[in-house]
Design a binder for this molecule. Structure first.
Ligand code: NAI
Ligand code: MG
Length: 499
């Protein structure tokens, strides 16, 4: 070693850095978007063709990490929704409900294969339009969407075995309204079981993330699916309301905010329309003293910072048993310091862009509320891009049950932490919200897991893991988180009448 090098070495040794954000500097590894072909303007996909919106309106969808406009998208009106419902009804009566189920299955299977073939393109567009890290769109959203189509293709000609002793019948036209947090995956959750059960569909994607649903329409065209079986009508709340209120729709499936869910429930009361609602959540992640702590911390981080916390089942409340609280919080802070916030297209990125300026504003308001309530804030010393909508991962320590950051859905990378002593105490605290979508339990004891899963009021309880999804496994909530299940056999039920 030269003298100069030796001096440098000694200096480094004398200044050990505990700042993980400085220690972990990765070379950028951006996924290319050069292969992406987006049209300047997208029309509505009705009756197997692309039609202009009746009033000629278009809105822009942006890339939330760059604030650049990606495309203009048609604003569907009541008239357009009516056209789509008529097409869906005709396709239901004349073609789809009469087709042998094994033929229906072939189309659904083909859609799954086509998504797989174009998986890379879909992943890149999902990250561009919605801001989620490419690693997630590539490894979670797109493969799971294809898997849902594969899974339900398998059920199409086996419905009588799915519900033994019953005579399952399709119900007609389904109106489906989906949010922006998992755009293609939510489309798959809704379209695949509807088609397998023999229904036709009018689907409205969210206004900030319509592009992968429109790309799915291209796949549907390519698959040769009979015209009118799936119609994609873009637009905002008014377009969604036109679907909800259309008299010739037999079933509404909605995923989104609890407020809009309540409006929909009121709007269709007394109409005989079937309804499933998948709404908000405020999930408790509970760490017991006997848990594998490093594994638990990784699960907590995944549960709330994954997809920027834009997850209805995000583990947004952490309960740590007192004996390990200090240790867990230290490990959590260390892990948070190593998270990379930034370009969604970079394969190293852990936390991408917040989906829209409105959502960022909402999250920032909650950060202020949390401070005013007396919560102690921790944010790692990481940098965030100056352009685009970004939020650092945030902890609120010393919170209590009455704090709004503990009670209300923030839908951002914000975790409220509390401690507990006994099992009874944590069950009571965990159940003390208006929601009941999901929960997580971290412990070494199987008996404790069983005890907790029976007492926690949540549709899904993960044990020693979090945010795990599979097409064969049902998902859905209690109370203000909604009702009805998606995925698995349960997910077929809302699309069938059992006689
Ligand atoms: P939202 O509930 O307004 O949007 C979800 C979908 O419903 C979109 O396609 C939207 O166009 C449509 N919609 C809006 N108003 C409608 C109406 N009156 N009738 C029919 N459809 C309508 O949610 P938003 O405003 O985007 O987000 C607000 C909050 O909702 C978030 O901060 C988050 O807390 C929660 N949320 C929960 C989701 C979940 O997965 N459970 C997903 C998205 C948002
Ligand atoms: Mg967008």
């Amino acid at each position: 070693m030269s003298k100069k090098q030796d001096k440098k070495h000694q200096q480094q040794a004398a200044e050990p850095s505990l700042d993980f954000s400085k220690a972990l500097i990765y070379t950028p590894a951006p996924e290319s978007s050069a292969h992406i072909r987006l049209k300047k303007q997208y029309d509505l996909f009705i009756n197997g063709t692309w039609v202009k919106p009746s009033k000629g309106g278009y809105f822009e969808t942006i890339n939330p990490s760059t604030e650049q406009v990606l495309a203009k998208v048609a604003e569907g009106t009541q008239e357009d929704v009516d056209k789509a419902v008529k097409a869906a009804r005709a396709a239901y009566e004349n073609v789809w409900s009469k087709m042998p189920a094994r033929e229906r299955a072939k189309y659904i299977y083909r859609i799954a294969r086509l998504i797989q073939e174009r998986a890379r393109e879909f992943a890149v567009i999902e990250s561009m339009d919605g801001g989620k890290p490419i690693r997630e769109s590539r490894d979670i959203d797109i493969p799971l969407a294809a898997n849902h189509f594969f899974y339900y293709a398998g059920w199409a000609d086996k419905l009588e075995y799915a519900f033994p002793g019953k005579n399952p019948e399709s119900i007609g036209v389904a109106g489906q309204i989906i949010p922006w947090n998992f755009p293609l995956l939510m489309a798959a959750w809704k379209i695949a079981p509807a088609l397998a059960a023999g229904n036709t569909v009018v689907l409205k994607p969210a206004e900030s993330t319509p592009l992968t649903a429109l790309k799915l329409a291209e796949i549907i065209e390519e698959s040769g699916l009979p015209a009118g079986v799936v119609n994609i009508v873009t637009g905002a709340g008014a377009t969604g309301a036109a679907i909800v209120n259309h008299p010739d729709i037999d079933k509404i499936a909605f995923t989104g905010s609890t407020d809009v869910g309540k409006l929909i429930q009121k709007a269709i009361a007394g109409t005989g329309k079937k309804l499933t609602l998948e709404l908000g959540g405020k999930a408790a992640n509970i760490i017991f003293e006997d848990a594998a702590l490093d594994q638990a911390v990784e699960g907590i981080v995944n549960g709330i910072f994954f997809n920027q916390g834009h997850v209805c089942c995000a583990g947004s409340r952490l309960f740590v048993q007192e004996g390990v609280a200090d240790k867990v919080i230290r490990k959590l802070k260390d892990r948070m310091a190593s998270l990379i916030v930034g370009d969604p297209m970079d394969k190293n990125t852990d936390i991408g862009a917040i989906n829209s300026p409105e959502q960022l504003k909402k999250i920032n308001e909650y950060l202020k509320i949390g401070v005013n309530e007396g919560g102690e804030v921790f944010q790692p010393n990481c940098s965030i891009p100056s352009k685009g909508y970004f939020c650092k991962p945030t902890l609120f320590l010393n919170t209590s049950q009455s704090h709004r950051v503990v009670q209300e859905e923030i839908f951002g990378p914000v975790l409220a932490v509390q401690t507990f002593r006994t099992v009874e105490e944590v069950i009571e605290k965990a159940n003390n919200t208006p929601y009941g979508l999901s929960a997580g339990v971290w412990t070494d004891k199987g008996s404790k897991i069983f005890n907790m899963t029976t007492k926690l009021k949540a549709g899904v309880v993960w044990a020693n893991t979090y945010n795990k999804f599979d097409p064969s496994s049902p998902f859905g909530g209690f109370r203000e988180s909604g009702f009805g299940r998606e995925g698995g056999l349960h997910g077929l039920l809302p699309y069938l009448n059992l006689r």
